[in-house]
Design a protein around this ligand. Sequence first.
Ligand SMILES: Nc1ncnc2c1ncn2[C@@H]1O[C@H](COP(=O)(O)OP(=O)(O)OP(=O)(O)O)[C@@H](O)[C@H]1O
Ligand SMILES: [Mg+2]
Length: 260
Amino acid sequence: MAPEGSLGDPRYSARVITAPYAARPLADGHLIDLRDVVKDYHTEAGPFRALKEVSLQVDAGEFIAVVGRSGSGKSTLMNMITGIDRPTAGSLVVGGTDLTRLNESRIAEWRGRTIGVIFQFFQLLPTLNVVENVMLPMDFAGLWTPRERHERAMHLLELVGMVDQARKLPAATSGGQQQRTAIARSLACDPPIIVADEPTGNLDEVTAEEVFELFESLVEGGRTIVMVTHDHELALRTRRTVHMVDGRVSDGTLDAAVRA
Ligand SMILES: Nc1ncnc2c1ncn2[C@@H]1O[C@H](COP(=O)(O)OP(=O)(O)OP(=O)(O)O)[C@@H](O)[C@H]1O
Ligand SMILES: [Mg+2]
């Protein structure tokens, strides 16, 4: 049992994490369904293929780790799943929505309701303080009253041990604190899917463990998590590990993924 007041404390999980949205899987059960996804970046040297016909299916309630060397395409893959960037080719259906058919503003609206994103480089708004950053997704989604948004944001900051930093601008907080703010923000609208790009990369071992336990409690509560990580110990503890090599995905065993 997690110590009282820590991220894993079930009292906090129960109080903060309530689900206004049900995940909307496809009839065949895949919540995330990528088929033959290709992503080319345009560079001065010509097109660069960062994803090479990637197919990946994730079911509701799964907790998967994505591992692979730097430059193998992990963040590019996350940008496809979250609709932050568009595939060059292939099909991409997330939560029953065909993302290739939506325009930018519809995708942004869809993302706000469906996915909590933790970016590799946080992407906090520099002119808003910590608690305002966490409130912002709720403002956009029009969820809860302004007063409830503030209360909820403070609860989420409590979950990640950031209450005492709530009124600071992100630049006045440490890298690990910014990462924890980004984690709190990702949970703001209580999304059924959480996509986390190295969410513990800047955290000490104890705080990383608390964040991992928070993720485990979210999965127990029915959320689906896709987590990029360089931490093989954490990857081994998820139920499935996807290995990326040079723009391709192999859905191997945990051992094979960690040894590669
Ligand atoms: N906007 C871009 N324009 C051109 N090439 C890009 C762009 N973004 C990424 N790439 C290239 O695509 C490949 C995959 O990049 P990506 O950021 O997905 O890697 P990653 O696996 O997340 O790496 P890391 O572990 O270092 O975060 C790399 O070779 C990278 O240089
Ligand atoms: Mg990356």
